[in-house]
Design a protein around this ligand. Structure first.
Ligand SMILES: [Zn+2]
Length: 102
C-alpha cells in the first residue's frame, strides 16, 4: 500500500478517490474515521493505492485532474446531510446518499 495524496479536505480526497475508482485502481482512504473523530491535524486523512505498482499511474492521474478540475456544473447540496457535493458526484461523498434530482 502506498500513499498518493494527503489533504485535510475530505471532499477533495473523495474526488480523487473517484478518479482512481474510475481508472480501476484499487484504493482506500486512510485515517478518515480517525480524523472525523477528533484529532484535527494530528492525523491527516490520506488516499492510498493498494498495489504499489499502481502508484505512478495514480500520481499521474491525480496530477492531471488537479491541474484541470472538470467543470461539469455547480455543486449540489445533499438532501440527507446538507453537505455541498461536487457536481461530478452522483452520490454524497460524506454520507453516501444518492443525488435526489439532477
Ligand atoms: Zn450527505
Amino acid at each position: 500500500m502506498k500513499e498518493v495524496y494527503t489533504d485535510h479536505d475530505l471532499a477533495r480526497l473523495g474526488y480523487f478517490k473517484t478518479v482512481l475508482d474510475e481508472a480501476d485502481i484499487p484504493n482506500l482512504i486512510r485515517h478518515e474515521s480517525l480524523y472525523n473523530l477528533a484529532v484535527p491535524f494530528a492525523v491527516m486523512p490520506s488516499l492510498c493505492v493498494r498495489d504499489d505498482e499502481d502508484y505512478d499511474r495514480a500520481l499521474e492521474l491525480l496530477r492531471s485532474h488537479a491541474e484541470s478540475p472538470p467543470v461539469t456544473g455547480a455543486d449540489w447540496l445533499c438532501a440527507s446531510c446538507g453537505e455541498a457535493v461536487p457536481a461530478s458526484f452522483d452520490s454524497c461523498w460524506k454520507c453516501g446518499a444518492v443525488r435526489a434530482e439532477v
